[in-house]
Each structure stands twice: as structure tokens, then as C-alpha cells.
Design a protein around this ligand. Structure first.
Ligand SMILES: NC(=O)c1ccc[n+]([C@@H]2O[C@H](COP(=O)([O-])OP(=O)(O)OC[C@H]3O[C@@H](n4cnc5c(N)ncnc54)[C@H](OP(=O)(O)O)[C@@H]3O)[C@@H](O)[C@H]2O)c1
Length: 246
């Protein structure tokens, strides 16, 4: 078994090779954790680990495609054999490929593809890694959602969020919020906490770098929820300003 040099906390961040996930990984490593960079491409994972190593962060690339159950199983087995537990899981990997379609015309196959990554992936990861997270004295799960998953905000006709049409993306994030609540209710009597977060509108490949926020700013709330104290919330939905309406 590998011993962690950094206070012993082990974190796994999915989609950690770029964008918000990279900055979440960087922030958690700066918090003293050993961070496993879950990436679907080995080369991109290694490149991210090398880049982070220049800042003396402890990160370990790990092959993980959230839509492929065999990679999830292999990652869980590796974390078990190398560390024996997991302290933090950040379900960050996400896709959005439908900005140009109306709900009435978007291809159902595309919606399913988005659900595989944004919704079924996080569920599969939580289920596979829960035994390891429950071995931690303070397990934390962070689901990277979006304000576009808020039914209250997106149904407000006066809000700019109601102008944005993305059937698969928005509904996948609303469902991810519901998944967060379901697991929080099941796990309320354990030390584990699970919350959903909104990074804000961040300039990344996901939106052709149109957002005003930096990935580092977008990562802040996920890092905060991944390092919550024992009296922190569970089953909530947060951004930098506090609670987000469901
Ligand atoms: N950007 C925003 O304004 C914004 C706002 C609200 C919420 N979010 C959420 O924030 C999260 C990160 O998005 P981002 O903006 O940083 O986007 P990004 O730069 O496009 O990064 C997405 C990451 O997810 C990975 N990924 C995609 N599918 C995957 C799969 N099947 N298995 C493993 N990894 C996979 C990508 O890997 P590859 O490099 O291999 O493609 C990449 O590392 C997403 O959940 C997104 O919905 C973003």
C-alpha cells in the first residue's frame, strides 16, 4: 500500500486534465491532499500531472472514463489497493454539446450521451467508491452541477438563464441535484457529506471560453465543499454566494 506524504488525505477528481477540474485538483493538492487525476485519456492525465508537479503538488494520473464501467471498477480497485480509502470524490467531468439546438429538435441520442457523462457517470462512481469513502473519517463528495440545473432560476422568464436552451445539459444537472439529495438522505447518519456546486460561468472549452470567470474562480466552491468541517452541510446546492435555489 502506498503511504501518502501529505497528511494522508486522498482525493479523486474526474475530468481533472483541464478547465475547472484541473483547478479543483490543484486546489486540493495545495490543501495537502494526494490528488488522483481521473482522466479518460492517459496522455492528457500524465501531462496534467507533469504540469502540476512543477508546482510540487502531489498528483497521480489515473485512467477513468466515467461512461466506462470497467475503468470505474479498475480505478476503485487501484485506490483500494494503493490507499485503502478515499476521502474526497469530486464528480467534475461533464459535457455540453447542444447549445445550438432547441428542445423540440435536439437529437435524443445526444441527450442520452450527455446523461451518460453528467448523470450516470457520477451515480456509478459514487456507488463504486462509497465503501472506500465510508472508510474515511470525513468523506466528502462534491457533484459539479450548474446554475443551469436550477429549476427555479431557469423557469424564471425574467432571468437570462431562461433564454438558454439546452435540454440534455440542463436536465442532466437538475437530475444530478436530485441524486445529490438522494445520497445525502441515505448517508445522513454517517460522517460522509455530499453537496452539489455551481462554479459560475467560467471560460473553458465547454463553452468556447465565453464565460467571464477563470477556472480557478470556478473551482473555489468545489474545493470549499470538499474540505467541509464536520458541522458543515450535506444535501445542499451552493455557489460562491451561498445556497442556490433548487
Ligand atoms: N464552464 C462553465 O461555465 C461551467 C458552468 C457550470 C458548470 N460547469 C461544469 O463544470 C464541470 C467542468 O467543466 P469545464 O467547464 O471545466 O469543461 P471542460 O474544460 O470541457 O472540461 C471537462 C472535463 O471533463 C472531462 N470529461 C468529459 N467526458 C468525460 C468522461 N466520459 N470521462 C472522464 N472525463 C470526461 C474532459 O476530458 P477530455 O479533456 O478528455 O475531454 C475534461 O477534462 C462540468 O461538469 C460542467 O458541466 C461548467
Amino acid at each position: 500500500m502506498t503511504t501518502s506524504p501529505n497528511g494522508g488525505k486522498i482525493a479523486l477528481v474526474t475530468g481533472a486534465n483541464k478547465g475547472i477540474g484541473y483547478e479543483i485538483a490543484r486546489g486540493l493538492a495545495n490543501n495537502g491532499m494526494t490528488v488522483l487525476l481521473g482522466c479518460r485519456d492517459r496522455g492528457r492525465a500524465e501531462a496534467a500531472a507533469e504540469k502540476l508537479a512543477q508546482e510540487v503538488h502531489t498528483t497521480v494520473p489515473i485512467l477513468l472514463d466515467v461512461t466506462r464501467s470497467e475503468t470505474i471498477k479498475a480505478a476503485a480497485q487501484r485506490i483500494d489497493s494503493d490507499y485503502g480509502k478515499l476521502d474526497v470524490l469530486v464528480n467534475n467531468a461533464g459535457i455540453a454539446r447542444e447549445w445550438q439546438f432547441k428542445p423540440s429538435t435536439v437529437d435524443l441520442g445526444l441527450v442520452k450521451e450527455i446523461y451518460e457523462t453528467n448523470l450516470f457517470g457520477p451515480i456509478a462512481l459514487i456507488q463504486a467508491l462509497l465503501p472506500l469513502l465510508l472508510r474515511s473519517p470525513a468523506g466528502r463528495i462534491v457533484n459539479v452541477s450548474s446554475s443551469l440545473g436550477s429549476l427555479q432560476l431557469t423557469s424564471d422568464a425574467s432571468s437570462p438563464l431562461s433564454q438558454l436552451q439546452a435540454l440534455g445539459y440542463c436536465s442532466s444537472k437538475s437530475a444530478l441535484n436530485a441524486v445529490t439529495v438522494q445520497f445525502a438522505n441515505e448517508l445522513r447518519q454517517t460522517p460522509l457529506k455530499i453537496n452539489a456546486v455551481c462554479p459560475g460561468y467560467v471560460a473553458t472549452d465547454l463553452n468556447n471560453h465565453s464565460g467571464p470567470r477563470t477556472p480557478e474562480q470556478g473551482a473555489r466552491i468545489a474545493i470549499e465543499m470538499a474540505t467541509l468541517p464536520s458541522d458543515g452541510p450535506t444535501g445542499g446546492y451552493f455557489d460562491d454566494e451561498g445556497r442556490v435555489p433548487w
